[in-house]
Design a protein around this ligand. Structure first.
Ligand SMILES: NC(=O)c1ccc[n+]([C@@H]2O[C@H](COP(=O)([O-])OP(=O)(O)OC[C@H]3O[C@@H](n4cnc5c(N)ncnc54)[C@H](O)[C@@H]3O)[C@@H](O)[C@H]2O)c1
Length: 353
């Protein structure tokens, strides 16, 4: 296949490197531009990927403008200004999660995508877990009946990220905005996008602030104004509920563990997911009225950013849905996360329109 698109990436951290690797594995994309503040890393990655146009600041990359696709993998508060500038200068945008720290920023991004006619896609790489795809198929085929209760967790014992992640003005929130957004996204996707009617959320900062304990956790010691543990209860249109628990740090056994359990009127499903997208199993259970049978469904490894980038490129080619995406689902996720923070502050349930 010949090259169809020229791509650029802003951000040189773990996320930016996933975009670079995913583009480099495609025949139809050439990586032409890169931006990021760490000079050594910038020149190392430019050399590794054969990129001729490398800039420290994102503004200079956009002003140069020699690309059709832009990946945005920088602190969350920069997502909206970079995405909007890129859309306005004629580039499709693939933006890391969370889409934005505020609903107003996310709405402005969607508005810019709509008026540009270009694609704005948001990275939800955890949808690519084989287990989640299998459960989504079970739900869609009616195999679980009405899935009235879903519990999702992503619990880390010791995984507080560094720097900007712990500053609300830069990140938009703590572990709920960082990891919880994935759980919210794929659970609503699996359940067929039911509207969220109301929610109640609690957040805790037991370990991420400054404490004087003898053994410092990774990332502890710097100031923090975000939660390191969140617990959310959501009521859905149709009467179902979701329970969501997520931690960067918690006094628990396992290092980094993701689980999903769905209880439906005709059956249930359970899986433990590998945060590194390894292959795994789904346990499917029959309804108690037909005996206590269960079945193990083997599922393949997830493709993570490779799958997200493939869908983004397909959307830019005009071959997904109506030919473009404008970030509407991600905007809805941003609204729900915003309501969760409102509930954390008020200590009350929030009713969504
Ligand atoms: N989808 C996932 O699985 C996943 C995983 C990790 C992070 N993320 C998301 O990716 C984004 C980046 O996270 P990260 O962990 O890679 O962060 P990071 O802190 O490791 O990297 C951030 C990068 O942004 C660059 N940057 C900051 N200001 C800049 C500017 N003015 N101009 C150009 N570059 C600038 C920095 O130089 C750095 O290279 C965040 O939105 C995060 O939530 C997603």
């Amino acid at each position: 296949m010949s090259v169809s698109f020229k791509a650029a990436v802003v951000g040189l951290g773990w996320a930016g490197q996933q975009h670079l690797a995913a583009y480099s594995r495609r025949d139809d994309v050439e990586i032409v531009g890169l931006a990021g503040l760490e000079a050594d890393q910038l020149s190392a990655l430019a050399t590794q990927y054969g990129v001729d146009h490398a800039f420290a600041d994102w503004n200079d990359l956009i002003a140069w403008g020699g690309f059709d696709l832009l990946s945005v993998a920088v602190p969350t508060s920069l997502h909206a200004p970079i995405a909007i500038a890129a859309l306005q200068s004629g580039s499709h945008v693939l933006c890391e999660k969370p889409m934005a720290g505020t609903v107003a920023d996310a709405q402005a991004m969607v508005d810019a995508a709509k008026s540009s006619g270009l694609v704005l896609d948001v990275v939800f790489n955890h949808r690519s877990h084989g287990e989640l795809k299998a459960i989504k198929r079970l739900v869609a085929d009616g195999g679980l009946g009405n899935p009235y209760h879903t519990r999702v967790t992503w619990l880390r014992r010791d995984g507080i990220p560094a720097g900007w992640f712990r500053q609300r003005a830069l990140s938009g929130g703590g572990v709920l905005a960082d990891l919880g957004i994935h759980l919210l996204d794929y659970t609503l996707d699996i359940l067929g996008e039911p509207a969220v009617r109301s929610l109640s959320a609690a957040g805790f900062s037991a370990f991420s602030g400054e404490r004087s304990d003898a053994r410092p956790l990774e990332g502890r010691g710097e100031s923090s104004d975000v939660e390191d543990f969140a617990s959310v209860f959501l009521r859905l249109a149709g009467g179902g509920v979701i329970e969501l628990d997520v931690s960067w740090a918690a006094a628990r056994a396992s290092a980094d563990e993701m689980t999903i359990t769905v209880h439906g009127t005709e059956g249930g499903a359970e899986a433990a997911l590998s945060p590194a997208f390894e292959a795994g199993d789904v346990e499917r259970f029959t309804a108690p009225t037909v005996g206590g049978e269960s079945e193990t469904i083997e599922t393949p490894a997830g493709r993570g950013h490779d799958e997200v980038v493939a869908e983004f490129v397909a959307a830019a080619h005009g071959s997904i849905g109506e030919g473009r995406r404008v970030g509407s689902a991600a905007l809805e996720r941003t609204r729900i996360i915003g309501a969760c923070y409102e509930s954390m502050v008020s200590g009350r349930e929030v009713v969504l329109a």
